[in-house]
Design a protein around this ligand. Structure first.
Ligand code: AMP
Length: 279
């Protein structure tokens, strides 16, 4: 595996790699787990040359403590990626990605005015800034994103369409711990008690999917909220039931053809997200 820190070197390597070959790209913020590695496996299956980036993007953090505490484990990450058969790892500095402050404002209409967009102001603008820059540097044929970050996936697809970027977006299913907790770099920040309660989130989502036939939308949201908060260790920030295509909240089950239940939950100060397809 080749490792580079500079975009100049990256461009050279890519121009050599690209001849007649497809490039698969997985942007990450490091502290890698099997969720990330599942995307690497998908990329290896679909593409000839696999590039991963590790960059903790400051512009997508609305909370300075979250940025400061974000787990970093670069040596272990390098070993995992090398063992997984990644061809090229890009670990840029902040200066490399943002030689000048990025002041671009992206407009995603109503898509970023819900869920993460409301509770993490500026988050998706930062995601769009870094993804746009990384795509321009890497010029991937296919880029891989996890369904765990359901709204992010929709925003990235919208970005590609809006800016007419020549990259195909593919998604991978959420990879979970043996007890159902969605894998996340932030899980390692949980205390033992919080970690033992955290599987309640996915268990509740699964039960919610069963209750769709008997409860209306508002009642189901309330039930999810109460069930997750019951143990007093977890605290929901939002519970939303949305049209999976537009991300807009629905009022009746018949409002959308495909429906997603999305939650953000605090195990303070750690914030976890998860989602499930209801229909
Ligand atoms: P991050 O390092 O958190 O920015 O995540 C990098 C990529 O990995 C994003 O596309 C995430 O959606 C994806 N990802 C994170 N956690 C998981 C998971 N548990 N299962 C599948 N993909 C994931």
């Amino acid at each position: 595996m080749i490792i580079t820190n500079t975009s100049v070197h990256l461009k050279d390597l890519i121009s050599i790699a690209k001849r007649d070959r497809t490039i698969g790209f997985i942007p990450t913020m490091g502290a890698l787990h099997d969720g990330h590695l599942s995307l690497v496996r998908a990329a290896k299956e679909k593409c000839d040359f696999v590039i991963v980036s590790i960059f903790v993007n400051p512009t997508q953090f609305d909370n300075p403590n979250d940025l400061a505490n974000y787990p970093r484990d670069i040596d272990v990450d390098i070993k995992k990626l090398s063992d997984s058969g990644v061809d090229l790892l890009f670990i840029p500095s902040e200066q490399e990605i943002y030689p000048m402050p990025d002041r671009r404002i992206f407009d995603f209409g109503s898509m970023d005015k819900v869920m993460e967009g409301i509770h993490r102001p500026g988050h998706f603008n930062g995601v769009a800034q870094v993804v746009d820059r990384l795509f321009r540097l890497v010029q991937p044929t296919v880029a891989f994103f996890g369904e765990k970050d359901f709204q992010q996936l929709a925003i990235v697809r919208a970005l590609v369409e809006k800016r007419n970027l020549q990259v195909k977006i593919m998604s991978g299913p959420t990879v979970r711990e043996h007890d159902g907790l969605a894998m996340s770099s932030r899980n390692r920040l949980l205390t033992n008690i919080q970690r033992s309660q955290a599987p309640v989130i996915y268990k509740t989502l699964l039960e919610a999917a069963e209750k769709m036939d008997t409860l209306e939308v508002a009642a189901l949201k309330k039930w999810v909220h109460n069930t997750i908060n019951e143990g007093k260790i977890l605290e929901t920030q939002y519970v939303e039931i949305v049209d999976a295509r537009t991300l807009q909240p629905i009022k009746k089950w018949s409002d959308a053809g495909s429906v997603q239940l999305c939650v953000a939950v605090f195990a303070k100060p750690v914030r976890l997200i998860d989602n499930i397809r209801l229909k």
